[in-house]
Design a protein around this ligand. Structure first.
Ligand SMILES: Cc1cc2nc3c(=O)[nH]c(=O)nc-3n(C[C@H](O)[C@H](O)[C@H](O)COP(=O)(O)O)c2cc1C
Length: 344
């Protein structure tokens, strides 16, 4: 039976305690490489409604060299509320991960998140991300080292593993909990699968019932009904949104009832992001980051491929803004549910 709409809203707004610290809600921005940057986070923060934001992933060894304001992943803006931000790190050396976590704590982040989910070749070749799920002892040692280095909450994000067996995910979740993780974000896909086949949400329920720490479900939540179904069928403690948050950065405010999106929010949201990216990044970096966003944003529209093609041809942000205006001036047809198949 579908969940009444106000029940989902109530659930998403219910505070959650992790390591004795309160989180104001249960809808989270999943970590998104090159996309969960400080400009995008400022856009999302303006709409509100989320429990926590997770940063784009940062290479652990680069964290000690960062100053918060360079153009890498370990970057935030002055005035950004780090108490609602979790910094995600990846790496394979427990000592380097622990060092990075200690700096993240010192800078004032709410928590640190360890990436055991990324399966892109460049990351797995370095024996990082999902590659570590092949070596559970090492993965657990990383969590234990980070746990020992900090007092802030330690989050772990992981996938099913390299074989499609829920038992492996359950065993890994128990090891992460025993090593000191405070909460898990679980994306129930096998590692070689780059989001082509549907995630197996039933495995989220398996992981949830195997541990005592909170478990956040993740994977293919593309509309409110999906979110209701994930919460209802898995019993998860929260939901992490990746691509849907890129398509609709106001979704956290919309689903928690703290924001009623204006009809022109697609136009104003995309335009605002162009300005924010320009503020924090060199022009070409800003343009490239906008184009990564544009792939998912375009998925909202019946003729999204036309928008995406026009944006691809734009040489700079002024041309991008002109292309957006031209597209929105003809009142484009919105899809009920973003068509993510075009833009994996
Ligand atoms: C463009 C992009 C970048 C991503 N970067 C990261 C990352 O840096 N760290 C991570 O743990 N997962 C990363 N992911 C995976 C997402 O956090 C999430 O697990 C995945 O997209 C499934 O959730 P969704 O269906 O809500 O998008 C990325 C996904 C996408 C699409």
């Amino acid at each position: 039976m579908p969940m009444p709409s106000d029940t989902l809203t109530t659930f998403l707004r219910r505070p959650l305690t992790v390591r004795g610290r309160q989180i104001p809600g249960r809808l989270f921005l999943a970590p998104l490489s090159k996309l969960g940057n400080t400009a995008f986070r400022e856009l999302v923060a303006g709409y509100g409604g989320y429990g926590l934001l997770f940063s784009e992933m940062c290479w652990a060894r680069s964290v000690p060299c960062g100053n918060g304001h360079d153009q890498g992943g370990f970057m935030w803006r002055s005035g950004e509320n780090l108490q609602e931000l979790v910094c995600q790190i990846f790496g394979n050396d427990p000592a380097a991960m622990a060092r990075a976590a200690a700096i993240i704590e010192k800078e004032g982040f709410f928590g640190v998140d360890i990436n055991f989910g990324c399966s892109v070749a460049a990351v797995c070749k370095k024996q990082c991300g999902a590659a570590l799920l092949r070596v559970p002892d090492k993965a657990a040692a990383i969590v234990a080292a980070v746990r020992e280095a900090v007092d802030i909450p330690v989050f772990v994000k992981f996938r099913t593993g390299w074989e499609d067996r829920p038992e492996a995910a359950v065993a890994m979740a128990r090891r992460f909990e025993a090593a000191g993780a405070d909460a898990l974000t679980f994306h129930p896909r096998v590692a070689p699968d780059r989001r082509t086949r549907p995630p197996k949400w039933a495995y989220i329920a398996d992981v949830k019932s195997a541990v005592d720490i909170p478990v956040f479900g993740n994977g293919d939540v593309f509309d409110r009904a999906d979110c209701e179904r994930m919460v209802q069928t898995t019993g998860c403690d929260g939901v992490a949104l990746g691509r849907l948050a890129l398509a609709k950065p106001w979704i956290f405010g919309e689903w928690t009832g703290t924001l009623t999106p204006a009809p022109d929010i697609y136009r104003t949201g995309a335009q605002k992001l162009t300005r924010l990216l320009e503020r924090y990044y060199h022009p070409e970096t800003a343009r490239r980051r906008f184009m990564r966003f544009a792939a998912y944003f375009s998925a909202n529209f019946q003729f999204g491929h036309t928008l995406y093609a026009r944006l691809t041809r734009a040489r700079d942000m002024d041309a991008i803004r002109a292309a957006l205006d031209r597209f929105f001036d003809i009142a484009p047809e919105l899809l009920q549910r973003p068509n993510m198949n075009h833009f994996r």
